[in-house]
Design a protein around this ligand. Structure first.
Ligand code: HEM
Length: 332
């Protein structure tokens, strides 16, 4: 069985790269033991469907292995399309952050099926094709897996947006071309009463949902109301917490019904959202932890993934959540 992204990992470790975001390391370790699910093994090529239930993991021993240097090239490719001339993050960067959620949340988890399974026909995936088309040549030219590329691209995109935290990015997932059911993604017309149970069913608390929805700080809707293309806060090129303030106050250019409901209708999300509106650092920490958890959903060998965070953009601002004063962190 040939699993392209993992071959280079068979090299013995020279150095084990620790997460730079130590605050979330133990959290991530905890969630890895609670997530599971079987992802069918595929070679990551389009149309490939080579199930293999018998082979063991091809990754090296737990925690060992250095990041293959091809991810440095991938990072350069992504910087070229994610960083705008104005120093802010681009539409493709925003698409990449959304794609990570759309690959991991439905079906078997983070397995690349968003692209390999052509899930674009799903109503909830409208707007995804541009980032999918941008990632395909990178996956093919660099010979990395789609599941890993989608998650690495999201972490890269968040780090590229000014004020975005550096989310640890690991690789070694298994690709699948089995499409996930579109019905498992939320719609902007749902309310907190539906959305909270939907996320809880996937293992995410209301507080984690409140943290994740902040990704709409880097969002410009084009499909909910195509006649009124508009952003979800006034700074869609920055990963700031203005989204929370404007969603709560009702003065964002365009707010989804779902987001408005989460901000007002149920204290389990409204409370943390108010906290995030008051604390950029607190939101950064909570968002990072929830995204790490999301990026491991359905991954069957989470302890064997290799940390490639070293190849994420470093940025200019202090983006490490350690920079958040301890009292500035929001409990969720
Ligand atoms: C209640 C849950 C959610 C709903 C109902 C929802 C819905 C939507 C909708 C309708 C759009 C606009 C798409 C378009 O018109 O092009 C959008 C954009 C976006 N969503 Fe969500 N979303 C949810 C959760 C999330 C989560 C958890 C993340 C990531 C962690 C995320 C990241 C994004 C991003 C980054 C965009 C902007 C895409 C762009 O500007 O191209 N969303 N979302």
């Amino acid at each position: 069985m040939f699993v392209r992204p993992l071959l280079a990992l068979a090299v013995p470790a020279v150095a084990v790269q620790a997460f730079s975001v130590s605050d979330v390391t133990s959290f991530a370790r905890d969630v890895t033991s609670s997530i599971g699910g079987v992802v069918k093994r595929h070679d990551g090529h389009h149309g490939g469907h080579h199930e293999d239930h018998n082979e063991g993991p091809v990754t090296p021993a737990r925690g060992l292995g250095e990041c293959p240097s091809v991810w440095k090239d991938v990072s350069d490719d992504l910087t070229a399309i994610f960083l705008g001339d104005n120093g802010e993050c681009t539409a493709l960067a925003r698409g990449a952050i959304r794609a990570a959620f759309h690959d991991c949340f439905p079906g078997a988890g983070c397995d690349g099926s968003l692209i390999l399974g052509n899930e674009f026909t799903n109503f909830q995936n409208r707007g995804i094709p541009p980032i999918a088309e941008a990632l395909k040549p990178i996956a093919e030219d660099r010979e990395v897996g789609y599941a890993d590329l989608i998650q690495f691209a999201a972490a890269h995109a968040v780090a590229t947006c000014p004020m975005g935290p550096r989310i640890p990015a690991k690789v070694g997932r298994t690709d699948s071309d089995v499409a996930a059911p579109g019905t498992e993604l939320p719609t902007p017309f749902q309310n907190a009463s539906e959305l909270i149970p939907m996320f809880e069913a996937k293992g995410f608390s209301a507080g984690e949902l409140a943290a994740l929805i902040g990704a709409h700080t880097a969002s410009v809707q084009t499909t909910v109301d195509p006649e009124n293309v508009a952003s979800q806060d006034t700074t869609p090129g920055k990963f700031d917490n203005l989204y929370y303030k404007q969603t709560i106050e009702g003065n964002a250019p365009f707010t989804f019904q779902s987001d408005r409901s989460l901000a007002h209708d149920d204290q389990r999300t409204a409370g943390p959202m108010q906290g995030f509106a008051n604390s950029q650092g607190g939101w950064n920490a909570a968002f990072t932890a929830a995204m790490v958890k999301m990026s491991l959903r359905g991954v069957e060998n989470p302890g064997e993934l290799v940390d490639c965070s070293e190849y994420l953009p470093r940025g200019t601002a202090p983006r490490n959540v350690r920079a958040a004063p301890i009292n500035d962190r929001v409990r969720i």
